[in-house]
Design a protein around this ligand. Sequence first.
Ligand code: 5GP
Ligand code: MG
Ligand code: MG
Length: 184
Amino acid sequence: MDASDMGDDLERVLLSEEQLQSRLDEIAAQIDTDYAGRDLLLVGVLKGAVMVMADLARRVRVPVAMDWMAVSSYGSGTKSSGVVRILKDLDTDLTGKHVIIVEDIIDSGLTLSWLLSNLRSRGPASVEIATMLRKPDAAKVEVPVRYVGFDIPNEFVVGYGLDYAERYRNLPFVGTLAPHVYGQ
Ligand code: 5GP
Ligand code: MG
Ligand code: MG
């Protein structure tokens, strides 16, 4: 799917496919430097992180394993509350492992803050965070993020894994939707 398949649903492209992919080249190179000589476990958070996980993992040269978690964040409407339930847990024992949590976007930071302390309690050698997108103006808690693709304005975005009502995840770019899509 690309912009030409979206009719007039797309408002504007925030980050092009080229921008996303070349930033991932840089992040992968940084990870190769930081994790040289170590085995790395990439933990993707379903479903949003599928695209960034697939593209980042293919660029990294150090040996990686991949595992997945699915979590649901309770909250009113579209706001996350920080109360998190695990829908699918890891298959991997984290004891002694070097872990990078791979995320699509950090908004309030509440989900990730919970996830970080949950994974840290499992005895890993280290836990870092890589996210494609971050909204600094939406932060409710400070989360130490080692690898950030792009800081973006506090707007609702779709594409590159991110959905609106389960649509638009397969866009290769990140964009905003026209108001009529939300029924306005
Ligand atoms: P947080 O706990 O950081 O507020 O919530 C993070 C989750 O909320 C993300 O993993 C994502 O699923 C969802 N989210 C936050 N901002 C956006 C956005 O702009 N667009 C979409 N599609 N989802 C978002
Ligand atoms: Mg996510
Ligand atoms: Mg969603």
